[in-house]
Design a protein around this ligand. Structure first.
Ligand code: DNO
Length: 350
């Protein structure tokens, strides 16, 4: 597995020189952030990003994410133009040497939490989600805005989009995803690009919007619908694992060689459909992180993995979930598990 780290570009308070000092760190996961969803990413910008990462002694291993325009998710007639643009971006990425692309198909809102700084018993802070609180929130009021959301919509525009989604069932959304995949996957194959869809976070409907990348059944459906190695998933432990009935090991079995990227983080279930993010340790959260890594090694997973969100510790301030310190601890914890299993499998000890 290739340990990697998400970096938000030159505006990120976390510096590449510091990321490089994390033991075993190889890759950077990043994106072009100043191009609106639906527009083509120019080659020069991709190359400039790649160069800045290589100058720091790291490599650009994954693009996370190339956003999917809302008209594609809604299945509007204008989607074909946006799909053409998406394809051109994929070609540009491939020609710059990027071969893994993470994306998601969540309507309107990317990852959703109800608090960005809930205290943990050890005095640190982390992201949390409480279903009862969410139910009382109105996404149009602006009372909740999150770092992962596209905030470029005007209120009226957002209202319009939410209204249009009222006519879109989960089945429609899945059909729209498959339509998109049927167009982009042949190009991804041609370009040897691995597409890795991120699960919905959390993996259930929020604000009444449909969500489809939620469980093993839907993952299987979307993988089989376009049966190509290029059509794969980002296996995100924290997203799938927020839903108690999701068995992470079974999801690995279903997706197997179609896992192209791994996000590893732990969450503590605080109720049905409620959770708080914790350190990566199995002693802090509810997810079987050690078994997950073991299983990934057993199925031969050798692609990029990144510590996902971390807590805010040691007084660090910065982008919620994306500080340096706790993600560095997470990477080290994960590398410890990976190295132990690898060595054991080689028969060098145990
Ligand atoms: C949250 C991230 C997501 C992810 C996108 C992928 O921190 O895991 O925002 O980047 O959903 O498209």
């Amino acid at each position: 597995m290739e340990m990697s780290f998400r970096w938000y570009g030159n505006d990120d308070p976390v510096r590449l020189e510091h990321v490089r000092q994390i033991p075993g760190m190889k890759g950077i996961v990043s994106a072009i952030y100043d191009i609106p969803a639906g527009e083509v990413w120019p080659k020069e910008k991709i190359i400039a990003l790649k160069d800045s990462i290589e100058k720091a002694g790291l490599k650009l291993s994954v693009i996370e994410s190339v956003p999917v325009h809302e008209d594609i998710k809604l299945g509007l007639p204008s989607r074909d133009t946006y799909i053409e643009n998406y394809i051109e971006t994929l070609r540009n990425l491939s020609s710059a040497g990027v071969k893994t692309v993470c994306y998601n198909f969540m309507p309107v809102f990317d990852w959703t939490r109800t608090s960005l700084d809930t205290p943990l018993p050890d005095g640190s802070h982390s992201l949390s989600y409480d279903e009862a609180t969410l139910e009382k929130l109105d996404p149009i009021s602006g009372e909740l805005t999150l770092p992962g959301w596209d905030l470029s919509y005007q209120t009226e525009q957002l209202k319009g989009i939410l209204e249009t989604y009222k006519g879109v069932s989960e089945e429609n959304l899945l059909d729209n995803l498959i339509y998109f995949l049927e167009k982009i996957i042949p190009v991804a194959e041609e370009e040897s690009v691995l597409m890795a869809i991120h699960p919905d976070d959390p993996p259930w409907s929020v604000f009444g919007l449909p969500r489809v990348v939620t469980n093993k059944y839907n993952v299987e459906k979307m993988l089989r619908a376009v049966d190509s190695t290029s059509n794969g998933i980002t296996f995100c432990t924290g997203s799938f694992g927020a839903l108690h009935e999701n068995d992470l090991l079974q999801i690995i079995d279903v997706a197997k060689d179609r896992i192209h990227f791994v996000h590893a983080r732990n969450v503590k279930w605080t109720g049905t459909k409620s959770f708080q993010e914790t350190s990566h340790s199995i002693h802090d959260g509810s997810l079987p992180m050690v078994e997950v890594i073991k299983k990934l090694i057993e199925i031969g997973y050798n692609g990029p993995i990144r510590p996902d969100h971390g807590r805010m510790i040691w007084g660090e301030e910065g982008r919620p979930g994306y500080g340096l310190y706790d993600r560095a601890l997470g990477a080290t914890y994960l590398n410890g598990i990976i190295d132990t299993y690898r060595t054991a499998r080689k028969g060098e000890f145990i």
